[in-house]
Design a protein around this ligand. Structure first.
Ligand code: URA
Ligand code: SF4
Length: 220
């Protein structure tokens, strides 16, 4: 690894970590119990005004599911329905994600589901880089608390956050990467499958990706 690349990575990490205030770290470090740690973080997100998305959101969407999940899904950002209900993946894309989870012989309650950015970007535009980096500290803490065995990222944006590569999602998907000792596999976003409903190849690719995850988790 090149030296300037190492420096760049360190700077990036420092930026993420500086985004969660000292006070939150102290509060988290005092709690043994993961449920309590997640509740502290959830409360922080509920009151968060660290980026502009706080002014247009209805509800922040922290994430939900099994706090001891082996499998964590990470989407991009809440959409309209998620913003209204304060829950991740409850709109059309969410219905498809739920079907995918069931096809994997799991239930929604078995996995943990969240997003890179916790508040809805206006008119569902892509979250901006500064919004992503400001919010990312919350996601990093969620991962540290839940400690899943596998993370599945949905679509281009969360893949770009975790994998330092200029390759498009079409190339990245279906491969396992490493994030802090956790297997991370990018696949397409369910909204992309919905937008390209007649393209059977995309559905097959997602299913083949999920089979890899199932094999890794011993679900077959
Ligand atoms: N799309 C996402 O990326 N996340 C959601 O929670 C809903 C739709
Ligand atoms: Fe805070 Fe994240 Fe919401 Fe921005 S998107 S206000 S950083 S919770």
């Amino acid at each position: 690894m090149r030296f300037d690349k190492i420096i760049e990575d360190i700077k990036e990490w420092l930026k993420f970590y500086s985004e969660i205030e000292r006070e939150t770290y102290l509060a988290l470090s005092l709690k043994e119990n993961n449920f309590e740690k997640l509740e502290i973080l959830k409360e922080k997100v509920k009151n968060c005004k660290k980026c502009n998305l706080s002014s247009s959101r209805i509800n922040p969407v922290f994430g939900e599911g099994n706090i001891e999940a082996d499998l964590m899904f990470i989407g991009e950002a809440p959409g309209e329905e998620e913003d209204k209900r304060g829950r991740p993946f409850v709109g059309r894309a969410g219905q498809l994600l739920t079907k995918i989870i069931l096809a994997m012989k799991l239930k929604r309650e078995d996995v943990y589901i969240t997003n890179v950015v916790k508040c809805r970007p206006p008119r569902n535009r892509d979250p901006k880089n500064d919004e992503i980096s400001t919010c990312l500290g919350y996601l990093i803490e969620q991962i540290k608390i839940i400690k899943p065995k596998v993370i599945v990222t949905l679509g281009r944006i969360p893949a770009k956050v975790f994998i330092k590569s200029s390759q498009p999602i079409t190339r990245l998907r279906g491969n396992f990467y490493d994030y802090q000792g956790i297997k991370l596999l990018p696949t397409y976003h369910p909204s992309y499958l919905i937008r390209n409903e007649s393209n059977i190849k995309l559905k097959k690719e997602v299913w083949s990706d999920m089979k890899k995850v199932m094999a890794f988790l011993g679900l077959e």
